[in-house]
Design a binder for this molecule. Structure first.
Ligand SMILES: C[S@@+](CC[C@H](N)C(=O)[O-])C[C@H]1O[C@@H](n2cnc3c(N)ncnc32)[C@H](O)[C@@H]1O
Length: 387
């Protein structure tokens, strides 16, 4: 039954491809909760070299797209289905097909009336999705990312890519949070505002939400510059304030952002987010002086930590690991990941936290923090002193 059901599903998939009636195929439901990606979908497209499959692997914070030949695509579907992913849904012109494996790996197949009637998209857009459109974009031009004609300048392409990646990450995060209507956002250490503007633009113009975003920045000249651009762009809900993060009052906020705020400024920002009960906290740490100076490390680690660069990396890991754990101890589910390739910037670690009733037990997390601190001879992590 199991083999037959899977074989039948693969046969109808192959036929749909050969007859060019294939619209989309989705594999979902990870067999193992440790699997890093959640689902994968396949769409056909007509390339110069012939009919091919676009395969998009969906991770919690990003999508990875690959183009495969038909045979590579079919082989991948055969390999994953029933092994890594337990559900398969084929949408074809004519019929939908569903294959489901249960935990004992027994499969059942269903044939249904087609739910997607449109022809498969055969025109393939080789360009990656642009989350932020450069054309006619006032702030990108004012910030020197695009030319007067709205083209991304060659030397600013990395920055533009970073902006897009950031918006992609936030978009996935918002899908997962319970944040629906409240979009009061504070961006601490907003600097020149590239990412602050992009987020406002995305929420307003793509999501059709009217957010209220406040950028907080130490340097008055940057604040004035950003406010001028915001006025020029007509972004009524986006303002920048001069001030220190640590002195910013704990106001009601739904989302706290702190990207590359220096050293303990990141801790001050996280603490404000937690104290304000923000549903979502996003930070990309910058330098990590406090833990590096305070960490003693057991003699066991000395052969490793006697090298300055390794000490620095270890301090970074410890700093950010404890930040993520402290967020967990305060009711958040967290992720720590590289949000843009290290080819573009070394400061590419991002910590995201979404408030969740399913957050881990505070006691367990505090115990883990205590253990880590003990191993590395760290008396205090600065964030602990704030919350
Ligand atoms: C490296 S920039 C990052 C700018 C922006 N968030 C980004 O990622 O593109 C860090 C900014 O944080 C500001 N900053 C650092 N410490 C701060 C503090 N304690 N209060 C307010 N702003 C601070 C700096 O002036 C600088 O503009």
């Amino acid at each position: 039954m199991t083999t037959n059901a899977k074989t039948e599903f693969l046969t109808v998939t192959r036929q749909a491809f050969e007859e060019q009636t294939f619209i989309q195929l989705t594999l979902s439901k990870p067999a193992n909760s440790e699997l890093e990606y959640k689902s994968i979908y396949f769409k056909p497209f007509q390339a110069k070299s012939g009919y091919r499959m676009q395969c998009v692997k969906r991770f919690p914070t990003k999508d990875i797209t690959k183009n495969l030949s038909t045979s590579e695509g079919l082989a991948l579907i055969e390999k994953l289905l029933g092994e890594e992913l337990l559900n398969g849904n084929l949408f074809a012109q004519g019929n939908d097909w569903e294959l489901r494996f249960n935990r004992k790996r027994e499969a059942k197949i269903w044939k249904r009336k087609a739910s997607k009637q449109q022809a498969a998209t055969l025109v393939h857009n080789v360009q990656k999705k642009q989350w932020i459109k450069p054309e006619g974009n006032i702030y990108l031009k004012a910030l020197g990312i695009t030319s007067a004609k709205g083209k991304v300048l060659d030397k600013k392409y990395d920055k533009y890519r970073q902006i897009n990646k950031y918006i992609e990450t936030i978009s996935h995060l918002l899908d997962k949070s319970s944040l629906r209507n409240g979009y009061r956002i504070v961006d601490m250490g907003s600097g020149k505002g590239y990412l602050t503007f992009a987020l406002y633009d995305y929420l307003l113009n793509t999501m059709n939400i009217k957010p209220k975003i406040t950028g907080v920045e130490l340097r008055g000249e940057l604040v004035d510059h950003c406010n001028n651009i915001s006025n020029e762009a007509g972004y009524e809900g986006l303002v920048f304030r001069t001030g220190r993060i640590e002195e910013y009052p704990v106001t009601t906020m739904d989302m706290l952002i702190a990207l590359h705020a220096c050293d303990i400024a990141t801790d001050h920002a996280i603490a404000k987010g937690i104290q304000a009960g923000a549903s979502v906290i996003v930070c990309a740490p910058c330098c990590h002086k406090q833990v590096r100076i305070d960490m003693v490390g057991s003699p066991l680690f000395q052969p490793m930590l006697k090298h300055g660069i390794l000490l620095e990396r270890q301090a970074e890991m410890l700093t950010d690991a404890i930040r993520a754990l402290l967020l967990e101890a305060n009711g958040y589910k967290t992720k720590v990941f590289e949000f843009i390739s290290s080819d573009h910037t070394g400061k590419n670690v991002m910590i995201t936290a979404v408030r969740s009733p399913k957050a881990r037990s505070r006691e367990t997390v505090l115990y883990e923090i205590a253990q880590l601190k003990q191993q590395f001879g760290l008396k205090t992590h600065f964030l602990e002193t704030l919350i």
